[in-house]
Write a protein that binds this ligand. Structure first.
Ligand code: TGC
Ligand code: FAD
Length: 387
């Protein structure tokens, strides 16, 4: 049965032809290229490298970056729609695109010198270069301001020492956007894979995001040339990148939620127990309606937030609300969908357990659910829970 994205409030009617066209082309890509291979990669714990060039050809890297740097120069709403469709396939595929777009190309475009932009953005857009983003450390996750990775000024550049952990794409990246303290202030540096003293071992044995590469980054006296320093000081540098990525995740989560809802609805209509489809039982209907209800609310949040982003009016806290809400309801939807599938819910013939396990990472990274609660708590009370 072919996939139908739930659209209970006819949001499609509000979308431009360009938005519909891109959404449809990414949906077809997921249908034809991602879904047939994803379970094999998930089981094997491998990333499907063949998809990188295909994603680049679709314009999925540098979606909002100007064309003169190889980007698609499209809107944030289009970026969101693309992330939604990718995560309908798998959170790991969306993660790859989130990192490349929001956490690597965005900071180079926003804070890099013209030389740095010319050097890296076109290659990142075509998928000829892969990037990663190193903020989290073994002892500093939710509180990145405590980071111990540091840079020291030397003649012609900087000497970088420290370690990052849980870094998506680290092992396969050509460049890492690394956040480190210089004279006690957070700064951003571009570390290139061949720089002496830099290693990026893969972290194995994950039960979640298995079709995505997660790595450590280790820096031992890595010499960084002056031109590889980004022009931004303080934690607002990395946090501004996170705002972009969290926005994409809010859309992506609705893709994952729609995938498990679709599977649960079809399963409930075809699975017979007590001589009836299980969809006829009120307790099953309640679960399906809960999912549809929450997906619809999430879609409306995303659609409006996209317009705010496009008009430059979105506040980071509004992005936090969307990420917090949509990932939580996607996770709950995956749990309900797994229940509706009974024993079949745990095997890879159905997508629900894979999405459920993936969403356990998505609710942790880019600010945990609790961190977004506290960001919103501070916004409405004026009192920070972090001090
Ligand atoms: P705080 O004092 O609140 O802020 C420091 C400065 O930053 C500004 N700011 C922001 N700017 C842009 N966007 C945002 N979202 C911003 N949030 C804050 C703020 O205005 C201030 O500016 P200024 O000019 O006054 O200096 O900072 P804090 O130290 O109290 O931290 C607050 C907190 C806890 C919310 C923050 O540290 C946080 O968000 N922690 C969560 C860490 C996190 O999300 N890590 C994610 C790592 S990357 C990742 O997970 C990638 S997964 C990739 C994938 O596979 O998809
Ligand atoms: P901690 O910060 O140690 O938190 C542990 C628990 O304590 C959480 O439940 C948290 O909500 C809670 N907690 C923390 N502070 C408070 C508080 N003040 N009040 C109440 N509760 C609190 N990072 C990158 O930099 N780049 C990447 O590419 C990247 N990719 C990732 C990929 C995967 C698969 C995963 C799992 C993580 C990735 N991360 C990445 C790291 C991710 O951003 C961190 O895991 C996340 O920020 C949380 O940090 P932590 O795991 O150290 O948890």
């Amino acid at each position: 049965m072919s996939f139908q994205m739930p659209d209970y409030y006819n949001i499609q009617d509000l979308m431009s032809d360009e938005e519909k066209m891109i959404q449809n082309s990414v949906r077809s890509f997921v249908e034809e290229e991602v879904l047939p291979i994803i379970e094999k990669h998930y089981e094997g714990g491998t990333f499907p490298f063949d998809l990188i060039k295909k994603m680049a050809d679709l314009g999925l890297f540098g979606v909002t970056i100007p064309q003169k740097y190889g980007g698609a120069e499209a809107s944030h709403t289009i970026y969101g729609l693309a992330m939604q469709e990718l995560e309908r396939g798998d959170s790991g595929i969306r993660s790859f695109a989130s990192v490349q777009n929001s956490l690597v190309m965005f900071p180079i475009y926003e804070y890099g010198s013209e030389k740095l932009k010319q050097k890296w953005l076109p290659k990142l857009a075509t998928g000829d270069a892969i990037g990663c983003f190193g903020l989290t450390e073994p002892d500093f996750g939710s509180n990145p301001s405590g980071m111990v990775t540091h840079a020291k000024k030397i003649e012609g550049g900087y000497l970088l020492n420290g370690a990052k952990m849980w870094i998506t794409n680290g092992t396969i990246a050509d460049i890492a956007v690394v956040w480190a303290k210089l004279d006690g202030v957070v700064n951003g540096f571009i570390v290139e894979k061949d720089m002496k003293g830099f290693t990026a071992p893969e972290m194995k044995h994950k039960h979640s995001l298995r079709a995505s590469i997660t790595s450590e980054l280790i820096f031992q006296d890595v010499e960084i040339p002056e031109e590889n320093k980004l022009n931004i000081k303080g934690l607002k540098g990395p946090l501004s990148c996170l705002t972009k990525a969290r926005y994409g995740i809010a859309w992506g989560a609705i893709g994952a939620a729609s995938a498990v809802y679709d599977s649960a609805l079809n399963y409930a209509k075809s699975r017979i127990q007590f001589a009836k489809p299980i969809a006829s039982f009120q307790l099953i209907q309640e679960k399906l309606v809960w999912m549809l209800n929450e997906i619809t609310k999430g879609q409306l949040i995303n659609y409006h937030l996209g317009r705010l982003m496009d008009n430059g009016k979105a506040r980071p806290q509004q992005v936090s609300l969307a990420k917090r809400n949509n990932v939580e309801i996607a996770l709950q939807s995956a749990k309900l969908a797994r229940e509706i599938h009974g024993a079949n819910g745990i095997i890879n013939e159905y997508n629900v357990m894979r999405h459920l396990a993936n969403l356990e990472s998505v609710i942790t990274y880019e600010g945990t659910h609790i961190i977004h609660t506290l960001i919103l708590g501070e916004d409405i009370t004026g009192i920070s829970a972090f001090m």
